[in-house]
Design a protein around this ligand. Structure first.
Ligand code: GLV
Ligand code: MN
Ligand code: MN
Length: 410
């Protein structure tokens, strides 16, 4: 049977139009979760999906579902999608690609007059990035029953505004969340790392995601005058933080291959040039594909924080605010992705996701798979993030195949 085509130009043009919302001077996107810009991107998506004949709904987390009916309305839908929120200095493709690829699949099914057995839904998950509101993947986590709604609605940004209040403000708080069967979930995404590009492969057949743990650490010393206070009498919370930042980096190097360890956020109080810092707050992100290694990294972090605090006469608090274990994807979904790459003649290799994705939580409640395509120099979470129209189209073809395999149709 002849391969169904997708329209790579339409996919690219939609991505570029979406990237205008929150566009930054350096060519990236700043579209933080539940801001007015996020609202604009949601409305554009809903408008496009309606034009493609879908019915639109959203749930109590503001997750949006664009549904294309199937022949059998009783069959659980096949879901595909990703997120439209971005990092503060994000790129055009992280998240938006998975949503636009899903939409392009629906548009292509329409073009070819294909009716599927099961309904197909394109989903936009709320607050995947975890940048404005921690933790990440909040919308999919609530949908999958990992977070209860009160907890999810209560997550606050640095100004104290909560997810629940912001959903109300932008008019995207619906009723209920999850608790319904999903036939399968697929998510297309840029790799966000260098492997596919380095090996000249177009498709990453994602076998699962590595585990992650997020921490928040506060060190408390004593504010004092930067002039009269002798070096020997200081309890400088920023000095403690600096030592720990370097130690976190060392932990990442120590557990190679595969470990990642990052301090991405640091706040200094009172942040005044002639006051010795009395308090620092910072975050730690630890990742590894093996849970037992993550546990060793966790131990190493805790031990370091305690030792540094004691040495610097600082008080410390360390809280692990989030974690998920290494998550394998469904063998049939992985096979469907591989078969799609074969069918369309795209070079492929198996790959483990270094990033967290909504697919991680969906894997807990539905057969799940992911498709990666290369991104330039492996750079993501950066305004220069880039991918080629050809590779993005290839990933979309594989997504079309995988969705059809699970939804049944032609
Ligand atoms: C999500 O972007 C992550 O931090 O992996
Ligand atoms: Mn993403
Ligand atoms: Mn991201």
């Amino acid at each position: 049977m002849e391969n169904l085509t997708i329209d790579g130009k339409r996919l690219w043009d939609s991505l570029m139009e979406m990237a205008q919302i929150g566009a930054t001077a350096k060519g990236g996107v700043c579209r933080l979760a539940l801001t007015d810009l996020d609202l604009e991107s949601r409305n554009l998506f809903a408008h496009w999906a309606e034009a493609a004949g879908c019915s639109i709904s959203f749930d109590a987390m503001g997750n949006i579902f664009a549904r294309r009916p199937g022949r059998d309305p009783e069959r659980p839908p096949v879901l595909t999608g990703s997120h439209l929120d971005s990092q503060p200095t994000g790129g055009k493709f992280d998240g938006a690609y998975g949503v636009m690829a899903g939409l392009e699949v629906l548009r292509s099914l329409n073009d070819h007059g294909v009716e599927t057995e099961a309904p197909v839904e394109v989903v936009v998950w709320t607050n995947e990035e975890g940048s404005r509101f921690a933790p990440a993947m909040t919308g999919s986590g609530a949908f999958a029953g990992v977070f209860d709604l009160d907890y999810a609605h209560g997550r606050a940004d640095v100004e104290g505004r909560t997810i629940g209040a912001e959903l109300d403000r932008i008019g995207y708080r619906g009723e209920g969340c999850g608790g319904r069967p999903v036939g399968a979930y697929f998510e297309a995404h840029i790799e966000q790392g260098p492997i596919l590009e380095a090996e000249g492969k177009t498709i990453g057949v994602v076998t699962g995601a590595q585990g992650q743990r997020w921490y928040e650490i506060t060190l408390t010393g004593q504010e004092a005058h930067a002039g009269p206070t002798p070096m020997t009498r200081r309890r400088d919370a920023l000095i403690g933080a600096s030592v720990i930042v370097k130690a976190v980096n060392r932990i990442g190097h120590q557990f190679q291959p595969d470990a990642c360890a990052t301090v991405g956020m640091l706040r200094v109080r009172p942040n005044s040039r002639n006051v010795i810092p009395g308090e620092t707050f910072f975050t730690v992100d630890l990742r590894h594909p093996k849970d037992e290694v993550l546990t060793e990294m966790d131990w190493s972090l805790r031990h370091t924080v305690e030792a540094v605090a004691n040495r610097g006469k600082l008080e410390f608090e360390i809280e692990q605010i989030w974690q998920f274990d290494a998550t394998p994807f469904d063998p049939d979904c992985i096979a469907a992705v591989r078969a799609g790459a074969e069918r369309y003649g795209h070079g492929h290799r198996e790959i483990v996701s270094g990033a967290g994705h909504d697919a991680v939580y969906m894997a807990g409640i539905a057969p799940t798979g992911m498709i990666f395509v290369p991104c330039e120099d492996g750079i993501s979470h950066n305004e220069i993030e880039n991918a080629t129209p050809e590779d993005l189209a290839a990933g979309c073809e594989v997504l079309l195949h995988a969705v059809l395999e699970k939804a049944g149709g032609r």
